[in-house]
Design a protein around this ligand. Structure first.
Ligand SMILES: Nc1ncnc2c1ncn2[C@@H]1O[C@H](COP(=O)(O)OP(=O)(O)OP(=O)(O)O)[C@@H](O)[C@H]1O
Ligand SMILES: [Mn+2]
Length: 274
């Protein structure tokens, strides 16, 4: 049949895999039916949860509002789990304007252009759930601020022993003898209280809050951070090059949350978009 199908059909012609981002159950089933008939594409589901019980699933740590971040994460996860191969062509179906899938992107999986976003969660020393919780905390703090005023915060996650060795206390450590973990309900309250004070939070691989008020002293040589940002981001970036920690930084000045790994910015999210 000639017409729009001919043109738009190019988007999904001869793809190696179809990635469905958070599909509804019935949408997913339409694809599994197709797959049974004509088994020449790989079918995978990407989402924050495997609600449809897909056999092949890549877990998103959060619903990326930015579509290219969302797709990039899915692709990196699929490559990492050997669901797809470098060079495979994918049709990625996701929702942009509504809750239903309304958009298809034709994307080639390119192992060379990995951003490391998947690594940030799946291959950090810290537990992915811990990374996710801290990221959510930073986003929430960015949305709410402190009594309506913007706040900044710096969380260093994982490799805590080494991070402690490369930092010094700015004040007494309120977490000294406590066993508080990110994700505990009390953490929200405590962090809001402490975030208006200086320094970094140090969090262990397992999510224990090891310290607040740490002044980081990594060597900052050769760490590049965006213009307009200062010491907090520099210290956050640099500590991730000096140790195997990652850093999640909420900027007081531009309100964005950024994640650093190995001295590089890996993720930049606007809390207001969540
Ligand atoms: N080396 C460091 N370790 C821990 N915290 C730091 C360090 N340097 C700065 N900070 C914290 O960051 C705060 C803001 O510093 P600065 O304005 O230079 O950072 P920034 O990168 O511009 O961040 P923002 O965008 O939030 O302003 C400081 O008040 C301090 O609490
Ligand atoms: Mn600043």
């Amino acid at each position: 049949m000639a017409g729009l199908d001919d043109v738009f059909g190019d988007l999904f012609s001869s793809v190696d895999a179809v990635a469905l981002f958070s599909p509804s159950g019935s949408y997913y089933e339409r694809f599994t039916d197709l797959e049974d008939e004509d088994d020449d594409f790989e079918l995978l589901v990407v989402g924050t949860g495997n609600d449809v019980g897909a056999d092949t699933f890549v877990e998103l740590p959060l619903e990326f509002d930015n579509i290219s971040d969302r797709i990039r994460f899915g692709l990196e996860g699929a490559l990492d789990q050997d669901i797809i191969d470098d060079g495979d062509m994918l049709a990625c179906a996701t929702s942009v304007f509504s809750d239903d899938i309304d958009t298809v992107s034709r994307v080639r999986a390119d192992a060379d252009s990995r951003t490391g976003i998947y690594d940030l969660f799946a291959r950090s020393r810290a537990d992915p759930e811990v990374v996710k919780s801290v990221l959510e905390l930073a986003i929430e703090l960015g949305q709410k601020g402190q009594k309506g005023k913007p706040v900044g915060a710096l969380f260093v996650v994982g490799d805590a022993g080494k991070v402690m060795n490369k930092s010094r206390p700015l004040s007494y450590n309120p977490f000294e003898k406590s066993h508080v973990h990110v994700g505990d309900p009390i953490v929200d309250v405590m962090l809001k209280e402490f975030s208006r004070l200086d320094g970094a939070f140090v969090i262990s691989d397992a999510g224990k809050i090891v310290s607040a008020y740490r002044y980081l002293e990594p060597s900052a040589e050769g760490v590049d951070i965006p213009k307009g940002l200062g010491a907090r981001h520099m210290a956050g970036g640099a500590i991730t090059r000096d140790t195997n920690a990652i850093a999640i930084v909420l900027s007081e000045s531009d309100g964005l949350v950024r994640a650093f790994k190995a001295g590089e910015i890996i993720l930049e999210v606007d809390p207001e978009a969540y």
